[in-house]
Design a protein around this ligand. Structure first.
Ligand SMILES: *Cc1c(COP(=O)(O)O)cnc(C)c1O
Length: 851
């Protein structure tokens, strides 16, 4: 059967017609004045629409529009937002326009499986999607040329529905494209642009949806087309849905199809950013296109792709990284291997961590084929270098080329509008509509200018809203579960507005240890029911539909909260964690609790959201909080110690958690004066915001990606794309590989057996044999540091030596160094390949130390 459809648009009067335009750009999600317009139209309906303005406008009765179109105040508000929006769209004074410094025209294509842009576009599941959404939004605010590429899921991510026993069931609501801020991408004749993707023996078609996000766009591929078979239509049905086979099909559509879609739309990115390994197949499609276009070999095209690709890894546990059965990969990727002219074996090896590995790992592919790679916090960078050092067996672990760029949040999306007003007024001197740039560190230094009473008043308002939200959700849940009116009404009274409130909300992955707080219920009882200093808790979070243990955690907490008399009304589990719930929670709690098993939380971002809103942090030293370091404005649970067993770790850390709440946190919170304000608490709040908000934001993060990755990747990609350059570099790499065995450092002087004086210069001289290589091919480094216990050396500095001549067959290298530290200094000498045309010399697996 062929079904046709048409679309009925609401008919908005001219004076408020702009609402329609506003509803079609996700820009509204981070502009309170814009959101307020929808609220003013109909607050109840706005909530019911799940904050999806397009759906919302379709439900508002025409009469209401007529009424509003004659309301001068509302029309004035519409015009104000309209002006701000147009100003935003055309503003030539963006950060990027003022600071750009790459050669040529940079355009970064950012690929991700999920995006959290707004709750009206439910194509996210957790932190990975939030980060991707916030990256794109900051790109828009800063005018940075970045576009997003992802998948359009027919069903949004699971909605969590708890049954009476506290067990999580799932609902998969359909995403209704006609009522979402998306549009089909069409060619100039008005025909849908589609791409054809080879999927093993099949071909599948995908269309493209565009989501406007302020100054930029997100492009989403969708296989739910009549031309496709039923099984193909289901490829993009669910985020992380289906079996392993469907997952690899999704990743082929995202990676291969994404590159094809950009080409079909005439978009020509210069840099590709792979956000987690899911989209790494894009590397192969790029290689294929470059081979065809420029008539290059695999090895040559690979140089260009490698130099202009960026990879961000997010998962500090091997098993959590995407692994496929090689047979499955073969089914879908063998044809691409043959297009690249490489054998199946060669293709497979690109995804194997070790020659003996039995799985094909997308992270490994991405690390092998990108010149720029990073973890998402300092500690995570270190953990990643250790995790993946097998890929660079000759490098000291500290030099494994995975750096870190610490995550952030898009401040405007997460800050409460009440607090935003205070920050604007006292810190940013900004009018109501302008953006605030959270990476403006000087502004945050003025935080003490905010009067305590005002800050506390705003915090109290948000806390009351949070408690109202929790009560409302609980009533709704109990009503649905068929409970009696009395029980439902009682739910309207849970939690107290003047009690210290600690929040915990995140995915219920087991490493996040949501139940740690419940390890010793007697101690928890004493804390919660302390007569002078009571404490209450709000929990929220979803488990992955297949994660039974995560669901058990939820059940445990729900049961304690609902059935244990000691905790009734004092601990609440809020159903269906999503962006909206998250906002209420991070904007209203006093303290944000985070207790993952170190070092499994790569970064964590919910704590940054809470901190921006004045909540104090109570966290394990993991992810972003580890990077804050020792401080006075939050609490670390335990140190960075290693434990003999997980049980011991849980015991020690839950004790530490109870002690901190009892002995430090509650006393500080309840040190209230007569005005009901605790000065010690407010001073902690201010210090916390001051230190955290200025760094842990996506404006700073996107700037770092720009400066450290996008600019060099863009420039190196441009150099390598010049005629003959890629061939030259590929030949050079082969020459290095063929000749490296002859590179040898024989001799270094002086040997320095007697002490030298601080400030003296020491002259080093080395003799290096290069075989058929020349000094242009290599770099000799004097490597200074401290001898480690394993006969290695821990780097403090590496100094380039200069070639000063030749003695027989040996090249002479020299350098002078003034030691800056007294005491024993160790040094070693090494030779590395060097080529000014490629960005990251360490990636080739060659390095020669003096024997
Ligand atoms: C911020 C956020 C996350 C990520 O939080 P973590 O601290 O990384 O666990 C997940 N889900 C939602 C809805 C969020 O808003």
């Amino acid at each position: 059967m062929k079904i046709h459809s048409f679309n009925v648009q609401p008919n908005l009067p001219e004076s408020i017609k702009f609402l329609e335009e506003l509803a079609n750009d996700m820009w509204f999600t981070w502009n309170w004045q814009a959101i307020l317009l929808f609220v003013q139209v109909d607050p109840k309906l706005w909530t019911a629409s799940k904050r999806n303005p397009k759906w919302f406008l379709g439900c508002v009765p025409q009469k209401r529009f007529e009424e509003l179109s004659k309301d001068p105040e509302f029309v004035a508000n519409v015009n104000r937002v309209k002006e701000a929006y147009y100003q935003y769209k055309k503003n030539p004074q963006t950060w990027y326009q003022q600071n750009r410094r790459e050669n040529g025209n940079l355009l970064t294509a950012y690929f991700s499986m999920e995006y959290g842009i707004g709750e009206g576009l439910p194509i996210y599941s957790g932190g990975l999607g939030m980060l991707a959404g916030d990256h794109i939004k900051s790109a828009s605010d800063m005018g940075m040329p970045i576009i997003g590429v992802g998948l359009f899921y027919k069903q949004g991510y699971v909605r969590q529905v708890l049954n009476r026993e506290g067990w999580q069931n799932e609902e998969y609501p359909d995403n209704d494209w006609a009522h979402m801020p998306v549009e089909r991408v069409q060619d100039k004749n008005g025909k849908d642009i589609t791409v054809d993707i080879e999927l093993g023996q099949e071909h599948v078609k995908a269309c493209i949806w565009r989501v406007p996000v302020g100054r930029t766009s997100l492009y989403l591929l969708d296989t739910n087309l009549q031309e496709n078979t039923p099984a193909q239509r289901l490829i993009t049905e669910k985020l992380y849905g289906g079996d392993r086979e469907n997952r690899i099909r999704q990743e082929v559509v995202l990676g291969i199809g994404g590159v094809k879609a950009l080409a079909a739309m005439g978009i020509k990115p210069t840099v590709y950013h792979i956000n987690e390994g899911h989209s790494a197949f894009l590397l192969f499609q790029r290689i294929i296109e470059i081979m065809q276009e420029k008539h290059l070999s695999f090895a040559q095209a690979r140089e260009i792709v490698w130099a202009s690709s960026v990879f961000t890894t997010h998962t500090p546990v091997i098993a959590g990284n995407e692994h496929f059965d090689p047979m499955l990969v073969r089914k879908y990727m063998e044809s691409y291997a043959s297009k690249m002219g490489i054998t199946w074996e060669e293709f497979l090896n690109l995804g194997k961590e070790l020659p003996s590995s039995s799985t094909y790992c997308m992270t490994v592919v991405a690390l092998r084929l990108t010149a720029f790679a990073n973890g998402v916090a300092k500690l995570h960078g270190k953990v990643s270098r250790e995790m993946w050092q097998n890929l660079w067996p000759t490098l000291p672990v500290g030099e494994v080329p995975i750096t870190s760029i610490t995550n952030g949040i898009h401040s405007a999306s997460w800050i409460s509008h009440e607090l935003n007003e205070l920050y604007r007024k006292y810190l940013f001197n900004n009018d109501q509509m302008g953006e605030i740039d959270a990476s403006d560190t000087k502004a945050w230094d003025k935080l003490d200018d905010i009067p305590n009473a005002e800050l506390w008043r705003v915090h109290t308002i948000r806390k009351e809203k949070l408690i109202d939200m929790a009560r409302g959700r609980l009533r709704r849940q109990l009503t649905r579960q068929g409970l009696d009116v009395m029980t439902v009404n009682k739910a309207g009274k849970v939690l107290k507005k003047d009690v210290l409130t600690i929040g915990f909300a995140r995915r219920f992955a087991t490493y996040k240890r949501a139940t740690l707080l419940f390890k010793n219920l007697d101690r928890l009882d004493k804390i919660v029911n302390n007569p002078q200093r009571p404490v209450q808790f709000i929990f929220a979070g979803k488990a992955h539909p297949a994660d039974t243990q995560g669901k058990e955690f939820i059940k445990t907490i729900v049961n304690i909260a609902q059935n244990d008399q000691r905790f009734k009304n004092k601990i609440v589990f809020v159903e269906d964690y999503n962006m909206n719930t998250a906002r209420y929670m991070v904007q209203g709690v006093d303290v944000w609790l985070n207790n993952p098993r170190r070092p499994m939380e790569a970064s964590g971002t919910s704590g940054m959201k809470a901190a921006l809103n004045g909540a104090l942090t109570l966290s394990i030293l993991d992810g972003w909080w580890d990077e804050v370091g020792p401080c006075e404005f939050g609490w670390s649970i335990g140190g960075a110690e290693k434990y003999a067993s997980e049980a011991e770790q849980d015991a020690v850390e839950s004790d530490a958690l109870y002690n901190l709440i009892e002995q430090d946190i509650a006393p500080a919170y309840y040190a209230k004066g007569e005005d009901g304000i605790s000065l010690p608490w407010l001073s902690l709040m201010k210090d916390s915001v001051k230190h955290i908000a200025q760094f842990f934001n996506t404006n700073r993060m996107v700037k770092e990606y720009y400066e450290r990755f996008y600019v060099p990747a863009n420039n190196a990609g441009a150099v390598l794309a010049q005629d003959g350059k890629a061939a030259q570099v590929a030949d050079w790499r082969k020459k290095i590989a063929d000749n490296w065995y002859r590179v040898n450092v024989v001799d270094i002087t002086p040997k320095l057996e007697t002490p030298i004086l601080m400030g003296d210069k020491v002259a080093f001289k080395a003799r290096v044999f290069l075989g058929n290589l020349t000094p242009e091919d290599i770099q000799v480094e004097l490597y200074l540091g401290q001898r480690g216990s394993l006969g290695d050396i821990v780097k403090e500095d590496a100094v380039d030596m200069t070639c000063t001549g030749k003695e027989g067959d040996a090249y002479i290298y020299e350098v002078q160094v003034s030691p800056v530290n007294s005491g024993r200094q160790d040094y070693a000498l090494r030779v590395l390949p060097a080529n000014k045309d490629i960005p990251n010399v360490l990636t080739p697996l060659f390095i020669r130390w003096e024997d």
